[in-house]
Design a protein around this ligand. Sequence first.
Ligand code: SF4
Length: 392
Amino acid sequence: MTSVSTHLNDKDLWRIDKDEVAYYEHMVLNTPLEKLIGTASHKRDVHWGDVVTYSRKIFVPLTNMCRDTCSYCTFVKHPDNPDSKIMSPQEVLLSAHEGEKKGCKELLFSLGERPEKRYAKPKRALEALGYEAMTDYLIEMCKLVIEKTPLLPHVNAGTLSEYEIMKLKNVCASMGMMLETTSKRLTKKGGPHYGCPDKVPIQRIRTLISAGYYKVPFTTGILIGIGETLEERIEALLLIEKINNRYGHIQEVIIQNFQTKPNIPMSNHPEPKLKEMLQTIALARIILNPTISIQAPPNLEKKHLEYVKAGINDWGGISPVTKDFINPQHPWPNINVLESMMSKIGFRLMERLTVYPKFNTEDFLSTIIRSHMLKHSAYLHPDNKLKELITA
Ligand code: SF4
């Protein structure tokens, strides 16, 4: 579908001030880490207090096929692999009911990007289900979830057109797409994003902007340790801040560390050190608007409690049912254990919904989603505690 939208041509929104990048680079390189994380932590305390949140979710990998081939990915399966698949509506519903039994509130649809545009197998599989495009099937699966369960769909479908965003907004509570990086260098031959049409930074930036234009509560983030420089990390954070300043739709920013795994092209690539993660979390907290939740996954670093000291206020989705399909070798922490660890360092672990309270408005949520939330209010707010997050 052709777009005539002018917001996507607003080059000012993409332009990053090199002096500002240099300012933050100088700050990071010339401030002792303890001082940097102290500043970040103070900013978090002022806005979020002693509460660190998580979302109780069920993870539904709608398809593990993808037209991209990122060098660090273990989620994706080539269509020739017998394990490659598209989940049937029955499987989706089975997972959703499983999540409901365990008290999950969020159903996270995660999927590879547009596999049907590149391969015959997913194209035929979708046709057999009655769809031309993966996003059409995704929309129907979101509808199924809200018709049959009290869960709130959150969609991680990668880059999306404006039209797709508009249609999805009707049937999902929130969406997400990691910006990952603004580095075009990493799309060159030998880079982790070589041959990945959806990892060309401009495509991801356009999705971030369109999600803002159409007022979608949105999660994004950056990936640390895939070959990007400190300067490029700062650029990505400044860009997210700039886009959020314009549209105010960013709920959360994830700071995610690259994890090496066997059988990936980057299996010999070093993982980022804890110090780099703490430095980047602190930078994100310092650069971004304090209302944006800063999140780091608790299952990808043994010393994850250090992340709290560096300024995070959220652990993201934790599933009591499914493994982390993106990092299957790293199990989620037990929620009760995490809660008691947090309390030992003076923080309260609190469950939140995939939509933060501030985004529960007519602008940000469709009528369908708002009535769904109203209808299932007793399930979604069992003890009224979630409403406590009004500062969010
Ligand atoms: S776009 Fe996502 S699913 Fe596809 S290869 Fe890259 S990381 Fe994997």
